[in-house]
Design a protein around this ligand. Structure first.
Ligand code: XMP
Ligand code: MG
Length: 174
């Protein structure tokens, strides 16, 4: 992070507080049911780990891996599935967990992909929402924080595979 200047955007304490709030909302909404939580690798791994541990409803977990960004911060605009789920989701209540929604293309693709398997319900939980950057109309059911344009790292989010392990979220300027 030497040549890249960074500014803290959300501290680990703010994040923990917000994750607890979302988990409590989700637990209320799904009371008496069991969720299948599907995380999008790699970015969602930390958020998802924190989120499921705060839920008071039971859940199973699975992961998909989709590639929508090449190296660096520029979107290729093309979404490719590189690892599918291994759980049957037919008739199940699904919660997709994603690190950040930007253009909306990744989640739109994934929602269509999963809906073909006839889940009972499907909702989306994102840690960060870059609302103004949408290329397709798309609303998350649960969102941690809404942010303006700018590239963020930490708490699972990377710049060229760096900085995912930071416990706080930073905005970077190159
Ligand atoms: P779309 O445009 O498909 O993008 O909604 C979602 C994916 O883009 C990545 N992304 C970011 N990754 N910092 C990151 O580390 C960012 O500021 C950022 N903005 C978008 C991310 O992989 C997400 O899954
Ligand atoms: Mg991602």
């Amino acid at each position: 992070m030497d040549q890249i200047s960074k500014q803290i955007l959300f501290s680990r304490d703010e994040i923990q507080k917000r994750v607890r709030e979302i988990a409590s909302q989700i637990s209320k909404d799904y009371a008496g049911r069991e969720l299948v939580v599907i995380g999008i690798l790699k970015g969602a791994f930390i958020f998802m780990a924190d989120l499921v541990r705060e839920l008071s409803v039971p859940c199973k977990v699975d992961f998909v891996r989709v590639a929508s960004y090449g190296a660096g911060s520029e979107s290729s605009g093309k979404v490719v599935m590189t690892k599918d789920i291994e759980t049957s989701i037919k008739g199940r209540d699904i919660l997709i967990v994603e690190d950040i929604v930007d253009s909306g293309l990744t989640l739109q693709y994934l929602v269509n992909w999963l809906k073909e398997r006839n889940p009972h319900s499907l909702k989306i939980c994102v840690f960060l929402d870059k609302r103004k950057r949408r290329k397709v109309s798309f609303e998350a059911d649960y969102a941690g924080f809404t942010i303006d344009d700018g590239f963020v790292v930490g708490y699972g989010l990377d710049f060229d595979e760096q900085f995912r392990f930071f416990p706080d979220v930073y905005i970077i300027e190159q």
